[in-house]
Design a protein around this ligand. Sequence first.
Ligand code: URA
Length: 229
Amino acid sequence: MAIKLKNQNEIFEIFGINEVYANKPINRMKIKPKVELKSKKLINLKNKIEAIQDCELKKSANNLVFNDGDENSPIMLVGEGPGQKEDALGKPFVGEAGSLLNKMLAAINLDRKKIYITNVVNYRPPNNRKPEPQEISRYAEFLREHISIIDPKILILMGSTAMEAFFGAKIKITKSRGEWRELIVNKKMIKTMITFHPAYLLRQPDQKKFSWKDLKIIRKELDKLNLNI
Ligand code: URA
């Protein structure tokens, strides 16, 4: 006797089957996440800054001053903005303040080439004036992205402009320098130290003793974190 085959739905009903296997195979292979290289992200950011419009700083500057040093360094240092020499050479901290910075770093056994350096504003302010609050906040957007790309273990903010970019103008650098702060950038906490700017120290050498204190705190932390730098 020929058996009449029932259709699938009838069979499910007869056997009380409520769940069926999907006939699509499960794909157990993970899709490789697209990891964009740091250097590529930095180029993109630089291009974004280069494309800035209606910026007084850009109009009078000769060059974009973006970065110097090791992009994989655990230490990122942020200054104010390029001076005349930096504007001419397109590199941060290459003038007089830069020479002092190199000596300050060497005093705690840090080679400038092994850290990553940038500024709050990437174009030289006319006559080296301090960047305006609105310029600071405009460039702080780029700076946040910059920090997030470098992803440092330790961030050093040099001078009141770098301090203001993240902590506002209400606090005084004389009161806020020399202690660790927690800065959240792109949902990540970064250990941050505010300290005097080398250009300020050139004008006020008697303040160097405070800088020295801050540098020693930074060295201690590097040793504590076992950062081989
Ligand atoms: N001062 C800064 O803040 N940055 C430089 O690059 C040079 C001097």
